[in-house]
Design a protein around this ligand. Structure first.
Ligand code: SAM
Length: 213
């Protein structure tokens, strides 16, 4: 299979054509080998327009959703980013390409370890990993320029808002357990500003400031 061609096709037909316009985001989505982050049996579907199972009842998000959330973070090269839900590590790689440092939290140890192994092999050494409840954020390293939660919460977790730097951006799916809206929270001088990027469907964010198990 020609993975480079599949990526190029994915960028053109699933991202650019649907309004993803940030050049840096399109460039890294065309570069990061998504097929290495999915189970071997699903490799032929790695660049398809849908999420895929990654074990432990979790998923790697659809390419379009990864691009949409990343674009909303408006990352700069010297940004420090908190990611909640390492999952397969694919989104982590995208963030590690675009920012200075990524702090990634995953509640399922096996997923965190597997993701770390792939990311280490690919040479992403600007990532710090933690196994635990990301709904509480990562106080030790706060504040962050950008925060992304890749699992759905009933409300915006307050600790994540509190751990945003001035002018920082937080992207989080908020709703019930079946469907959510993609919410962007920006910390501005006057307080916070919320924008809704539209409907989405994620697995549960499970934790103290999210859903019960
Ligand atoms: N971004 C991932 C990727 O590219 O593969 C997809 C993540 S998957 C949709 C959501 C992940 O969030 C799951 O791996 C799940 O275990 C994790 N998760 C759920 N609640 C969490 C929490 N409170 N803290 C950290 N991770 C959590």
């Amino acid at each position: 299979m020609d993975y480079e061609k599949s990526r190029k096709n994915m960028v053109e037909t699933q991202l650019s054509s649907r309004g993803i316009s940030d050049k840096r985001v399109l460039e890294v989505m065309g570069k990061v080998p998504r097929h290495l982050f999915v189970e071997e049996a699903l490799i032929s579907q790695a660049y398809n327009d849908h999420p895929l199972p990654i074990g432990q009842k979790q998923t790697i998000s659809q390419p379009y959703i990864v691009a949409l959330m990343t674009q909303a973070l408006m990352l700069k090269e010297d940004d420090r980013v908190l990611e909640i839900g390492t999952g397969s590590g694919y989104q982590t790689a995208i963030l590690a390409e675009l920012a200075d440092k990524v702090y990634s939290i995953e509640r399922i140890r096996e997923l965190s370890q597997k993701a770390r192994k792939i990311l280490d092999e690919l040479g992403y050494f600007n990532v710090l990993y933690k196994v635990g409840d990301g709904s509480k954020g990562w106080k030790e390293y706060a504040p962050f320029d950008a925060i992304i939660a890749t699992a759905g919460a009933p409300d915006v977790p307050q600790p994540l808002v509190d751990q945003l730097e001035m002018d920082g951006r937080l992207v989080v799916p908020v709703g019930d357990r079946y469907s959510q809206e993609l919410i962007v929270v920006e910390r501005i001088k006057e307080g916070i500003r919320k924008t809704n990027l539209g409907g989405c469907r994620f697995v549960d964010l499970v934790g103290e400031y999210a859903w019960d198990e």
